[in-house]
Design a protein around this ligand. Structure first.
Ligand SMILES: *Cc1c(COP(=O)(O)O)cnc(C)c1O
Length: 407
């Protein structure tokens, strides 16, 4: 058998660990917000590789940064620093509250660093008893054992033996619950400033402000997981800037590399001082290729016109989804912010988000789900108007097929 003939979805089941259930489609090429599969079928991309491909596929500025760096230097390890990492860290500190940056390769790793820093800070400044981490139901923070335990879905962390201790979950947006739980034993509160995987759930401003106050009152650190919300996704460079509530530690990944693996933990100088030489590290963290690409992404995304464009595109998405819903009423609400949007299914359609994802795929459109009741949209932040219009036509066709069959 020729090698190409073997490269089908069925080979996945033969040679891959079965922790994913990928679609049948195997895309081989992407440009902007369009993808093409092995049969040259074209797809419009409203998924962006789960809020990653923030400048679409093969953006010229990213391709240039990657290929230029690929001719210069690929890797050193943290025995030495490198120019792209220094430039990126300098930019991130200028653009945010942070003074210091730790680079990692994934959201989970950035969060792991944040949680370890919070615990170390409490041990250094207070006592080992100040170890409680408060997190939220339906939160998602990655798949390392610590981060998945802090995540708010125990089904993801069960079945792997003893879990990291002193992690407590409460409902998101519940001021009374955190007031009741937080205390002087609280080391950190970890939250997404808009829950992504958990169903695209915005926080109330009152809630976020109160969490900040309570953290200050109890000398607990506030960690914002901006792995999904960061890098322009909500229309601000980081979601905390739109909320006007500043965390002590911020983590980001996904759109930071726009498709190249890179992540960062951002914090203040005084907190950063607790991660002394030898306390934490990563072989690939701050890799020159990753940082060169991320620098190009940050340069592009941080432009006011690009951020304003995200807010404009949010309106286009909301309008189009509302129109589809007026003809095929299956959504009870469009929620989220910027280009992290969720269309919530009505009670009658509950549990069918994946059916819509599959039907959209058949029409040549990539969408995402967030749980079983929410269709999620995380497209490129610079997706063209005509891609949105055509994608929405395909979405309507997919929904019409399901709707007419259903009714
Ligand atoms: C995706 C995600 C993560 C995990 O990122 P990985 O790169 O998959 O480790 C963590 N937190 C949030 C909010 C995410 O959306």
């Amino acid at each position: 058998m020729a090698t190409e003939d073997k490269l089908q979805r069925s080979l996945f089941d033969e040679v891959m660990v079965p922790c994913y259930a990928p679609m049948d489609i195997i895309p081989v090429r992407g440009q902007g917000s369009r993808l093409w599969d092995q049969q040259q079928r074209e797809y419009i991309d409203f998924a962006g590789g789960i809020a990653v491909s923030c400048l679409g596929h093969c953006h010229p500025r990213m391709v240039a940064a990657l290929t230029e760096q690929a001719q210069q230097l690929w890797h050193l390890s943290n025995v030495m620093t490198n120019e792209p990492a220094l430039r990126l860290a300098d930019k991130l500190t200028q653009l945010t509250f942070a003074d210091k940056v730790f680079f990692a390769n994934s959201g989970a790793e950035a969060n792991e660093a944040a949680l370890k820093l919070a615990r170390r800070y409490a041990v250094d400044n207070f006592s080992a008893e100040k170890d409680q981490i408060i997190a939220f139901n339906h939160g998602f923070h990655g798949r390392t054992f610590f981060t998945v335990t802090v995540g708010g879905q125990s089904s993801y962390s069960d079945g792997f033996g003893p879990k990291p201790q002193a992690v407590t979950h409460i409902p998101y947006n519940d001021v009374a619950a955190i007031e009741a739980l937080i205390g002087d034993k609280t080391c950190a509160v970890m939250m997404e400033p808009l829950q992504g995987e958990g169903g695209v759930i915005s926080p109330s401003l009152e809630f976020v402000e109160r969490v900040r106050q309570l953290c200050d009152q109890h000398q607990a650190l506030l960690i914002f997981d901006e792995v999904q919300t960061g890098n322009g996704r909500t229309g601000d460079l980081f979601a905390y800037q739109g909320l006007g509530v500043t965390p002590d530690i911020l983590t980001t990944a996904k759109s930071l590399g726009g498709g190249f693996p890179v992540a960062a933990m951002l914090t203040t100088a005084s907190l950063a001082s607790h991660l002394k030489v030898g306390t934490h590290g990563s072989t690939y963290g701050g890799n020159p290729l990753a940082c060169a690409v991320a620098e190009a992404v940050v340069d592009e995304i941080s432009q006011p016109a690009v951020l304003a464009g995200v807010k404009q595109r949010e309106l286009w998405f909301r309008e189009a989804l509302t129109q589809i819903n007026s003809r095929y009423p299956i959504f009870s609400e469009i929620r989220g912010k910027g280009l992290l949007l969720g269309a919530v299914l009505t009670p009658e359609w509950q549990g069918r988000a994946r059916d819509i994802l599959v039907a959209a795929g058949n029409e040549g459109l990539m969408v995402l789900v967030a749980g079983t009741d929410v269709v999620r949209f995380t497209p490129s932040l610079v997706i063209e108007k005509n891609d949105i219009d055509e994608g929405m036509q395909r979405l309507e066709a997919a929904i019409a097929t399901l709707y007419n069959y259903h009714c």
